[in-house]
Design a binder for this molecule. Structure first.
Ligand code: NAP
Ligand code: GDD
Length: 333
């Protein structure tokens, strides 16, 4: 039997890099969509997939251009398509609502339409988000919880979710939504709070800075490990019927707790270093996210394995090592 072909948008991101590794381990032929500039500057822009470059085929395309997306789908003829590319930083979506909505909504629509035309039997995954729940009316949140997004990022993800559901219902496509809660790793972007904290702690431990400015310390998130969450994406596309799934740990922790654990693991007291900065608060905050992944557990056989402490310690250990500081203490969590 010929190898299965997967098309991954956002392959240069945190999740894209773990998903490419997972699918390569399953002997998939991998096609990745990247921005043209990424090919010009591979050292920097392809850093998360540097170790995979001889085993993946990259296609330059723009999420803003239907023609380019159509050409990639036509060329790759994927069996499975994982749509991960997005403007994914919630804070930025307040600064530039328009590009966030354009990229995230039109990009998803273009890809769904191209798949429908050029590879109608392809199974499609959409990277939905717990940010869609926003000011959620109930806790924990599950697949039935109403969406009340609090940012243009959240709104764009609700639109992508609905487009995906509509293509499933209207055109019979195998199209699934993952509703993934926050997931992190040593490959997390530096602007997200977890990586901002662990990289900040490492720089403080190295004597390169003494303070770390943070915004809302009381916000609570359900944080899991990205490597495990990409397995749930794959499992969703192996079902007999497409459906939507919450993927979460079922535990929630505050930003303050994250900082406390990370600083303590480096032998530091967070209160000596964290400086509250009101300008880092968002115009509208999502205060509490906690996921109920029992459907994923029941139907996909998926559950989170990495504990909150293990996650913080793994991220910190990687950032300490980047500063040439032994991570022996930090990995013990
Ligand atoms: P990430 O690290 O920020 O990666 C985002 C990817 O999207 C990158 O490959 C980026 O390419 C690409 N991208 C962004 N804007 C683009 C554009 N205009 N044209 C083409 N590509 C573009 O995000 P992630 O954490 O891996 O998340 C993957 C997906 O899951 C995203 O859709 C995110 O919204 C969603 N999600 C993430 C989480 C989470 O906690 N991580 C939770 C729920 C949902 P460049 O490298 O060229 O910038
Ligand atoms: N980024 C950031 N920087 N966040 C801060 C800071 C700070 O200095 N201080 C406090 N926070 C708070 C934010 O206000 C938010 O409540 C929480 O930390 C988490 O922020 P992020 O790490 O930026 O993640 P997010 O929850 O907004 O979004 C992530 O998770 C979503 C899933 O719920 C992203 O990965 C999204 O793409 C994803 O959909």
């Amino acid at each position: 039997m010929s190898r299965k072909r997967a098309l991954i948008t956002g392959i240069t991101g945190q999740d894209g890099s773990y998903l490419a590794e997972l699918l390569l381990s399953k002997d998939y032929e991998i096609h990745g969509v990247v921005r043209r500039v990424a090919i010009e500057d591979p050292e920097h822009r392809l850093s998360r997939i540097r170790h995979l470059l001889d085993r993946v085929t990259l296609h330059a395309a723009s999420l803003e251009s239907y023609a380019s997306i159509h050409s990639v789908v036509e060329a790759a003829q994927p069996d499975e398509c994982y749509h991960l590319a997005a403007q994914s930083f919630v804070t930025y979506s307040f600064d530039d609502e328009f590009s966030t909505l354009n990229t995230n909504i039109n990009g998803t629509h273009y890809l769904l339409s191209a798949v429908k035309r050029m590879a109608p039997r392809c199974r499609f995954y959409f990277a939905g988000s717990s940010e869609m729940f926003g000011a959620a009316a109930e806790t924990p949140q599950n697949e039935q919880t109403r969406f009340r997004p609090r940012s243009c990022y959240g709104i764009s993800k609700v639109a992508g979710y609905e487009l995906t559901r509509n293509y499933r219902e209207a055109y019979g496509m195998f199209a699934a939504n993952g509703i993934l809660f926050n997931h992190e790793s040593p490959r997390r972007g530096y602007e997200f709070v977890t990586r901002k904290i662990t990289s900040g702690v490492a720089k403080i431990a190295a004597g390169k800075q003494s303070k770390l400015a943070l915004g809302n310390l009381s916000a609570r998130r359900d944080w899991g490990h990205a490597r495990e969450y990409v397995e749930a994406m794959w499992l969703m596309l192996q079902r007999e019927q497409p459906d939507d799934y919450v993927v979460a740990t079922g535990e929630t922790h505050s930003v303050e707790e994250f900082a406390q654990v990370a600083f303590a693991a480096a032998g530091l007291d967070w209160r000596d270093h964290v400086v509250p900065n009101p300008t880092l608060f968002r115009p509208a905050e999502v205060h509490l996210l906690l996921g109920d992944a029992s459907r994923a557990n029941r139907e996909l056989g998926w559950s989170a394995k990495t504990s909150f402490h293990q996650l913080v310690h793994e991220m910190l250990a990687a950032d300490l090592e980047a500063q040439n500081i032994s991570s022996a203490g930090a990995t013990a969590g």
